[in-house]
Design a protein around this ligand. Sequence first.
Ligand code: NZQ
Ligand code: ZN
Length: 387
Amino acid sequence: MQSFDYMTPTRLIFGRESIVKLPEVMRPLGRRVLMTYGSGSIKRIGLYDRVKDLLKDFEIFELSDIQPNPKYDPSVLDGVRICKESKIDVILAVGGGSVLDCSKAIAAGAKYEGDPWDLISYKVKAQAALPIVDILTLAATGSEYDYFGVISRTETNDKIGYGDPLLYPVCSILDPVYTFSVSKKQTAAGCADAMNHTIEQYFVADSTLLNDGFCESMLKSLMVNTRKCLENPEDYTARAEMMLCCTYGCNGILSLGNSESGWPCHGIEHALSAYYDITHGEGLAIITPRWMRHILSEKTIDRFVKYGINVFGIDSTLPKEEIADKAIEATYAFFESIGIPMHLREVGIDDSRIDEMAHHIAVNEGLDKAYAPLTEQDIKEILIASL
Ligand code: NZQ
Ligand code: ZN
């Protein structure tokens, strides 16, 4: 077991009507609030009005139209400008992972005098950040419980996972009811994202029985509850369990004591959504089974056998190769069964930029150090198999 030094300072307030605690959470953080949100879903579900009503004693400034795969220009730059000009005390992010991620970059940029890209690109380490509170409306990324924000810069095809412990949300308000309106497409993509977060932490050289069990439970719960959410979008229990699974996905709690993974599927997918602006979870679902097939070897087969038996209930008396093969097929079949397009061509990606993307990933993502190391040629083969 590996040594670790771990802390997650974020307060989670979970359940129906947890929003009533919002004023109490916000008050110690200041009166001048930047409320960030996306393209309108929070208005359609009445959440925007509810927040305004609960915070009527606060001075609220707004940054709207934050897009999926949030953009450095204009969203991060506009947010930083508002924070500086209006002397914002605290950011309230209301939305999905993109709104939360963008808000984290703004929080750091607001306390930095230079170009915020210096921070996101790790040229300069942030010394301070504004506090962030969030109200989550989409179960997927785990951004509500981690210190990462993934930011896209269109002109350079960069999509960078920017992380700093200064960026943990102070508090995340998690009411599953706000996810009732999430479309089938985004529900399935959110499930694929959280499943992949788990898989990235499960396929490692050194892990514990404890972490393996935690990951296996996460994967089973996500599959069962996502199906229920798709059948009945207002199934509170299913939405709630899905939300909590997603919250656990990305802050390292599933892999305390494990050896490094390298997060290879994320390294590959971030390039896909940087070049083609596709939905992150869909890109991951497409890549994951192809990556699995590519790394299956004498060295990795035992992980696939355990995964196949414990997650999909595959007959443990079968030969190892057959179990591993069935496990990869079952992963693909599950994603397909929840309506995810399982080929890159179906999400608008052809072979014209595969070489360029494989090169970009090999240079920027460090996947040669992953659990199963990937060269530029390996990445290219995985992308071609995903077409
Ligand atoms: O813009 P609005 O109108 O809010 O609509 C959004 C958006 O179109 C909609 N939506 C959100 N909540 C809704 C809703 N529609 C109806 N009802 C609701 N309650 O859903 C669409 C997608 O939203 P987005 O925030 O982009 O989705 P998600 O939460 O999946 O976030 C994806 C982003 O997070 C990054 C991804 O790369 C991607 O950029 N990630 C962040 C991570 C982190 N911070 O740790 C880790 C992940 O691996 C991931 O990379
Ligand atoms: Zn992800």
